[in-house]
Write a protein that binds this ligand. Sequence first.
Ligand SMILES: NC(=O)c1ccc[n+]([C@@H]2O[C@H](COP(=O)([O-])OP(=O)(O)OC[C@H]3O[C@@H](n4cnc5c(N)ncnc54)[C@H](OP(=O)(O)O)[C@@H]3O)[C@@H](O)[C@H]2O)c1
Length: 292
Amino acid sequence: MSSAGTTARILSGGPVADQVLAEVAEAVLALRAAGVTPALATVLVGDDDASAGYIRIKQRQAAELGFVSPHVHLPASASQADLHAVLEDLNSDKDVHGVLVQYPIPGHLDYDRALQVLDPDKDVDGMHPVNMGRLALGLPGPLPCTPAGIEALLAFHGVPVAGREVVILGRGATLGRPLAMLLAQKRPTANAAVTVVHTGVADWPRYTRRAEILVAAAGVPGIIQPEHVRPGAVVVGGGVRYEGRRLLPDVDESCAEVAGAITPRVGGVGPTTVAMLFRNAVRAAQGAAGLG
Ligand SMILES: NC(=O)c1ccc[n+]([C@@H]2O[C@H](COP(=O)([O-])OP(=O)(O)OC[C@H]3O[C@@H](n4cnc5c(N)ncnc54)[C@H](OP(=O)(O)O)[C@@H]3O)[C@@H](O)[C@H]2O)c1
C-alpha cells in the first residue's frame, strides 16, 4: 500500500463485475443445458425517463447473459393494490425466478410495502426483510447488492479484510447496515472489526481516521475529506447523490492523495452492484431448479 502524498491504487469495479458476470453466464448455460431458462422479470411503474433507461440497460444485459426478462409496465396512476397484484402474479409464476422492481416508484406508492409482498426467494435486490434477517443470521439467501459488491471488490483487488478495522459512515438500509453485517461474518473475505458511525456520533472523524478500510455510505457529497482518512487506508466510495444526471460522491477526489487505495469516482461500486443483481438472479434460478 502506498503512503501519504502518493497516488492511491485505484480499485476499479469493472473487472470485478466482468468476472462475476462471466460466472453468471456460465451458470446460465448450465441451467439451459438442464432445461431451465432463467427468467428475471422487471417491473416499471410510471414513465420516468431515467428509470425506463435503467430498466432497458438491465434487460439488455439480462439478454446478453442468457436470461429471458418478461417486463411489466404499470401506468403512473397504478395503485398500491395494482402493484401488489403484479408481484403476486410473478410470485406464483414458476417460470419467473427473479423480480426486479425499478426504484424509485411514484410518490403515492410505498416501495417497502410492495417489497414485502414479493417472494423473498425472487428478491434479486436482496432487500426483503426476510433476506435481511437471513443476512443477520448468516443463512443463505440473496444478498443486498451494493454490500455484496463491495465485499467482492475488496476480495478481487486483494485487499485483506479479515481482522482489520473497517469503519462505515452511514447506517442506511441499502448500504451501511447490511455491509456491517456482511463484513463482520466469519468468512475469509470478511471477518473484520466493524464500526458504524452516523449523525448520532458527532465526532465521527475520530473513528474514520483510525480505519484501515473506510466505506462512505452517507449520500452527502464531499463529506469524506483527506483529513478524515488514515494515511495509506483503503477508501471505498459507496454513497452518492444525483443532481439531475450529475453524480456527486461522498468521497472528495483529493482523498486519493492520502489513501493507499481508493475506488474511482465512476466505475467503482456501481458496476459491482449490478453484477450482484445478476448473481442473485441466477442463484434464484438454480435454487428453484434444485441445482443450487
Ligand atoms: N453506488 C451504488 O451502486 C449505490 C447503491 C445503493 C446505494 N448507494 C448510495 O449509498 C448511500 C447510502 O444509502 P442508504 O440507503 O444505505 O442510506 P440512507 O438511508 O440514505 O442513510 C444515510 C446514512 O448516512 C448517515 N449520514 C448522513 N449524513 C451524515 C452526516 N452529515 N454525518 C454522519 N452521518 C451521516 C445517516 O445517519 P443517520 O442514520 O443518523 O440519519 C444514515 O445512516 C446513498 O448515497 C445511496 O445513493 C449507492
